[in-house]
Design a binder for this molecule. Structure first.
Ligand code: G6P
Length: 611
């Protein structure tokens, strides 16, 4: 989704803005732009271009063309108005005096636009953002802060804003409501950004803006205000992510790098939480009283995080015997959910900024639920609004298609299920020990799966030309199939669907014909015989079967399936974490062979901050 960067300091701003925007490309965008103060003319210079950031960068010779030490930049993911030069941000007011970059949606923009047009203001773009720039100018009488304050009282919706005014060359104004925006504190310079990766090269000292807050940045410092425009002190936090972690480090794609990083990410996520044969959460606890009276668990998430929840439901119900509902963030708040003070609501989000998930969290909190979030991005909105948070510590994930965030989320949720089962007395001690031992083996076994990646590449070369691929599995393998299928369609644009194997005969089997590719998932030993009979079922209708199973079942599967991918056997609690890796690799290699833009698939965004 849209990305914002702002810089005010002593160096040439445009190259810094372009470099920062390049770090935000992974969020998804369709056009880019920058606005800087032009010291010579005393006005704002605005440059925008549809398409890749490189187009803009080439036009500006890497930023060398714009002589200025302060400005804002933006990558736009179109919502209001098609991707075009004119709809790109920054949007400027009619005199060109005010420039605005915006992430989010101004819900009442049509009404405000009509008002301004009545006052004789003409518009050049179709965007909701232009309304903000025009409205600031409408109220501006020499006091920018006051004009912005008046606008904030009138606009509704979600917004992170970066604002420049030609009359105030020594400041940038930043505003945040329901869309992420952070402040970066440098030496003689300061920054705003949608996320920390954009400014990590310049500073690790950041401040997280809260909803309703406004900040005035100068070269010397940052003054923050609350929604009542009262000055406030902002806590400065030091980010410990390594810059290398947000770069490709020799790999062709971020996605591949992140797939390969998974064993290490799992170690980081799990090692501090497993001690002396026990799951230990230093950063989290639930009172005895809450545990005893817990009636229901809700898991709320979107996309792949939702698929983590689908696996989590099986684990949590098995280990705690408490009913678990899994809900999509986008559905939750419209379904009148049954949540009260005896409900644990587990919110899962890599970015911690997904708007639908955030809205679900707020609804759950309003209803009295206890909110525990599983989040990767430290200090993100979801993390901050939860009662408690468990961080996955997967490191920055840049590729739009999630991999290491998915596996660490799943590892953490599985460990949580075990921890809860133990607290509730629903898991025998011996089983607990076995499961903890399995967690210790997980990173090593995943390394083994990754070492066979050439086999998966070969299988991908056999099948990358298919235009429709089905995934099927039961129970844990069904949940695994949902993620495998999503990965494939996200990055390769092949139509793909995942089915619970038992449902095939209720409709989908009519789509199976000679040569249809079915990815049959049979990793869950307990249901292997059932998985086999479904493979026979689709084979007898002419399907080609690419199967996934564990070493002990490889031979049997190979008697019927065309091709078999294998993973080491491990406790069922952790099977989907190993099982997803060949599916990630399969999707990756298929997309590679089809020449797709793997890290930035069309129409998709890494962090979806609109409804
Ligand atoms: C986007 C991403 C997905 C992700 C989903 C939820 O659609 O492309 O990879 O699973 O958002 O994101 P979250 O950050 O909340 O996990």
């Amino acid at each position: 989704m849209c990305g914002i960067v702002g810089y005010i300091g002593g160096e040439q701003a445009a190259p810094i803005l372009l470099e920062g925007l390049s770090r935000l490309e992974y969020r998804g965008y369709d056009s880019a732009g920058v606005a800087v103060f032009d010291g010579q003319t005393g006005s704002l210079a605005v440059r925008k271009a549809k398409g890749r950031l490189q187009v803009l960068s080439d036009q500006l010779h890497g930023g060398a063309d714009l002589d200025s030490t302060a400005g804002v930049g933006h990558t736009r993911w179109a919502t209001h108005g098609a991707p075009s030069d004119v709809n790109s941000h920054p949007q400027v007011s009619r005199s060109g005096k005010i420039a605005v970059v915006h992430n989010g949606i101004i819900e009442n923009y049509a009404e405000l636009k009509a008002f301004l047009m009545n006052q004789g203001v003409s518009f050049t773009s179709e965007t909701d953002t232009e309304v903000v720039a025009q409205l600031i100018e409408y109220f501006y009488d020499g006091d920018l802060l006051q004009a912005v304050g008046r606008v904030l009282h009138r606009i509704q919706g979600a917004y992170a804003l970066g604002i420049l005014c030609a009359d105030c060359p020594d400041q940038i104004i930043a505003v945040r409501k329901d869309s992420p925006l952070i402040l970066g504190y440098g030496e003689g310079c300061n920054f705003i950004a949608s996320d920390v990766t954009a400014i990590l090269r310049h500073t690790r000292r950041v401040g997280y803006m809260e909803d309703g807050e406004l900040a005035v940045l100068t070269r010397e410092g940052v003054q923050c205000y609350n929604h009542l425009m009262q000055p406030i002190e902002k806590e400065i936090v030091t980010v410990d992510w390594e810059i290398d972690a947000a770069e490709k480090g020799g790999y062709e794609h971020f996605m591949f790098k992140e797939i390969m990083e998974q064993p290490e990410a799992l170690r980081r996520c799990l090692s501090p939480r497993i001690r002396e044969g026990e799951a230990v959460f230093e950063d989290f606890s639930l009172s005895k009283d809450f545990l005893q009276n817990m009636r229901r668990i809700y898991i709320v998430a979107c996309g792949s995080s939702y698929h983590v929840g689908m696996v989590g439901k099986y684990h949590l119900e098995r280990l705690t015997r408490i009913p678990v509902e899994v809900a999509l963030g986008s559905e939750f708040r419209y379904m009148d959910p049954i949540v009260d003070e005896h409900t644990l609501v587990i919110v899962i989000s890599q970015s911690g900024e997904t708007l639908d998930t955030m809205a679900a969290l707020r609804e759950a909190r309003r209803l009295g639920g206890h909110i525990l979030s599983i989040v990767n991005v430290v200090g993100s909105s979801i993390a901050r609004e939860s009662d408690q948070v468990l961080y996955t510590w997967a490191g920055p994930e840049i590729a739009v298609a999630t991999t290491k965030a998915y596996t660490t989320q799943l590892a953490l949720l599985s460990l949580l299920a075990l921890w809860l089962g133990k607290r509730l007395g629903t898991v025998p001690e011996k089983d607990c020990r076995e499961m903890v031992a399995a967690f210790r083996e997980l990173p090593g076994k995943m390394e083994e799966v990754l070492s066979h990646r050439d086999d998966i590449q070969y299988f991908a070369s056999q099948y990358f030309n298919h235009d429709s691929i089905f995934f099927m599995g039961r129970n844990l393998d069904y949940a695994l199939g949902l993620e495998g299928s999503l990965k494939l369609k996200e990055i390769s644009y092949i139509h793909s669907e995942a089915y619970a194997s038992g449902e095939l005969k209720h409709g989908t089997i009519s789509l199976i014909e000679d040569g249809t590719l079915v990815v049959a998932l049979g990793t869950y030993g307990k249901l292997f015989a059932k998985a086999m009979s479904n493979v026979v079922e689709v084979k007898s209708r002419g399907a080609s079967v690419l199967a996934l199973t564990t070493y002990p079942h490889q031979e049997e599967m190979a008697r019927t399936a065309d091709v078999v991918m294998t993973i080491p056997d491990i406790h069922a609690l952790l099977l989907p974490i190993l099982g997803v890796v060949p599916l990630q690799l399969f999707a990756y290699y298929v997309a590679l062979m089809r020449g797709c833009d793997i890290d930035k698939p069309r129409n998709l965004a890494k962090s979806v901050t609109v409804e």
